[in-house]
Design a protein around this ligand. Structure first.
Ligand SMILES: [Zn+2]
Length: 377
């Protein structure tokens, strides 16, 4: 993967190349990004730049030499990716039941090559492990140490890209501490975090932090037009709604394209709320429970966003509420019926349900309770 394949962050790319060219690359870097801004693509492009024997200084890796090709295909033996996983049919098939990234290498490569802006939920759904949150456990930490203790295959550097170190448990982090603090010569760690404050301080303090910025709407629009062949007008709406995250914009586009998984449920829920049909609302909880826990959290975020759109539409802020074309009819209908107070109380109820789901409450009970509140407020 080359730098030019990742949208935006030109200054950061330049800075990365300058440090690499100066020969003073830090052995532990931490890229801090909002989800979906392409940090994993930038990390891969940086490794490719450092490893490419024919790189063009200050411009990019060559993209055509055997090293570049191996990295681009995800098959370079000195570049390892570590990311949160959990038990799944994929890992259960192996004789060794440990839950480590290596067992998911193939779907991971596929996701990275098609969408270097993927979010955490994109990853879990692509690995088919969306029922539970993932983590980086002590078995994974041991594997990292084992991989780094081997001689480099290509005789040069070894690179470890760790996606979401905030998902690492304390025992795993402690195992890695020494090697992050004093990596052997030629070993480079690139951590990518969405919540730096949740990364163990001991790891964080030993890295060089670099901020990955949100992407300008114009660049996001271009990316969407290219990927989905949609009109510039539609692309601009998704780009604005994404808040600078290409990953989120891609997801919005896909959801709209696939008719959105959440929209039909939300549409029915709100229609039943408008017509004061509690049994109808309660029926929606089955569809929500069937989504699985990770998607349930996303559903809550989507529902909160939807109520906010109704609120903004109701107070005449249509131009900035980023309602997607397919959502418009129900938003228009709901803002005439639901009062501002009702919407605000509904949002509070959804936020409470989200935190219940995050703390592993029974989802059927949590969503039935939520629906009752949405009906009564
Ligand atoms: Zn090259």
């Amino acid at each position: 993967m080359q730098f030019r394949e990742i949208s935006g962050n030109n200054e950061l790319k330049q800075k990365m190349m300058e440090i690499a060219d100066s020969g003073k690359m830090s052995h532990s870097i931490m890229l801090v990004e909002q989800p979906g801004c392409g940090a994993i693509g930038l990390a891969t492009a940086l490794v490719q730049y450092m490893a490419c024997p024919n790189r063009i200084p200050g411009k990019d890796s060559c993209g055509v030499c055997p090293t570049c090709k191996k990295i681009a295909r995800g098959f370079h033996q000195d570049l390892h990716y570590v990311f949160p996983v959990n038990s799944s049919p994929l890992s259960a098939q192996k004789s060794d039941p440990k839950q480590i990234s290596r067992y998911f290498a193939e779907p991971f490569r596929e996701l990275l090559s098609t969408n270097p802006y993927f979010t955490e939920s994109d990853l879990y759904s692509h690995l088919q492990i969306e029922e539970k949150s993932g983590n980086i456990n002590v078995a994974q930490a041991k594997e990292i140490l084992a991989q780094l203790s081997l001689k480099s295959y290509e005789g040069f550097n070894k690179y470890m890209i760790v996606w979401l170190p905030e998902r690492m448990n304390e025992e795993a982090a402690n195992r890695l501490l020494k090697i992050v603090e004093e990596p052997s010569p030629g070993t480079y760690f690139i951590f990518i975090t969405h919540t730096p404050e949740k990364v163990l301080q001991t790891i964080r303090s030993r890295t060089l932090m670099m901020k990955v910025f949100g992407i300008e709407p114009k660049l996001i629009s271009e990316e969407l037009c290219q990927r989905f062949g949609i009109t510039e007008n539609d692309a601009a709406i998704y780009a604005r709604a994404s808040g600078g995250s290409v990953g989120k914009a891609i997801k919005l586009c896909k959801e709209a394209e696939e008719g959105s998984i959440f929209y039909p449920i939300v549409q029915r829920l709100i229609q039943c709320r408008i017509s004061r049909d509690l049994p109808g609302m309660l029926e929606c909880t089955d569809s929500i429970v069937d989504l699985g826990r990770e998607r349930q959290k996303e559903f809550c975020r989507y529902l909160t966003g939807f109520y906010r759109k109704i609120l903004m539409e109701g107070i005449g802020l249509h131009s900035i509420c980023d309602t997607l074309p397919n959502e418009q009819p129900i938003v228009t209908q709901a803002c005439k019926v639901l009062s501002r107070t009702t919407i605000q109380k509904s949002v509070t109820a959804i936020e409470e349900a989200t935190s219940d789901i995050e703390s592993n409450a029974n989802s059927k009970i949590a969503f039935c309770h939520l629906v009752n509140l949405l009906y009564t407020v």
